[in-house]
Design a protein around this ligand. Structure first.
Ligand code: HEM
Length: 156
């Protein structure tokens, strides 16, 4: 049976003292980071969903999209930062296991699409650009796919 080969940076990361420290962390710390990951992704998805439904014309029509975007931006950015930091901690704690997981790689690709699309939608809404209904609806579906891929990580 052939041993899977990983990119040099992944092999290097897996051998760092930080990766070993995270991997041997107390289960309470792991549970805390995983809970932070779930709570911050709920806030990131929740704030994005409110904005995207408005942009897709499916709610909050009485409020200008620019007002909603300006109000939600600080929560959205804080949540995204916490999802990224907690996710990186979880990944570094078991680099080779997650890098070999197709659900994890699928989620990473979806996350890049979400970050670019959600950033573009937020910027457009704040500057009063015409709402991009299709992109907003598509981004909501991409979020759902990323959440399902994330849940699949621990199941395959
Ligand atoms: C908006 C972005 C993100 C969403 C929606 C998301 C979603 C999820 C979900 C739903 C889970 C499963 C939780 C569970 O099993 O109870 C998960 C686990 C995980 N996420 Fe994320 N995640 C995001 C960002 C990230 C990032 C940026 C990374 C790392 C670079 C990451 C790394 C992980 C890892 C390693 C796990 C598995 C933990 C384990 O099973 O031990 N996530 N994520």
């Amino acid at each position: 049976m052939s041993v899977p080969t990983h990119p040099a940076v992944i092999e290097w990361l897996a051998q760092t003292s930080v990766a070993h420290a995270f991997n041997e962390a107390d289960p309470w710390i792991f549970a805390g980071v995983m809970s932070l990951h779930l709570l911050s992704l709920a806030l990131a998805f929740g704030t994005s969903l409110i904005l995207n439904l408005r942009l897709a014309g499916m709610g909050l029509r009485a409020s200008p999209a620019a007002n909603i975007a300006n109000y939600l931006q600080p929560y959205m950015l804080a949540a995204f930062s916490l999802v990224l930091l907690s996710g990186l901690w979880l990944f570094i704690a078991d680099v080779l296991k997650f890098w070999s997981n197709p659900a994890f790689k699928t989620k990473l690709v979806l996350l890049i699409v979400i970050t670019v699309a959600q950033g573009w939608l937020l910027h457009g809404a704040k500057s009063g650009a015409a709402p991009a209904r299709t992109v907003a609806a598509f981004t909501v579906l991409t979020w759902l796919a990323a959440i399902i891929a994330g849940r699949l990580i621990g199941l395959i």
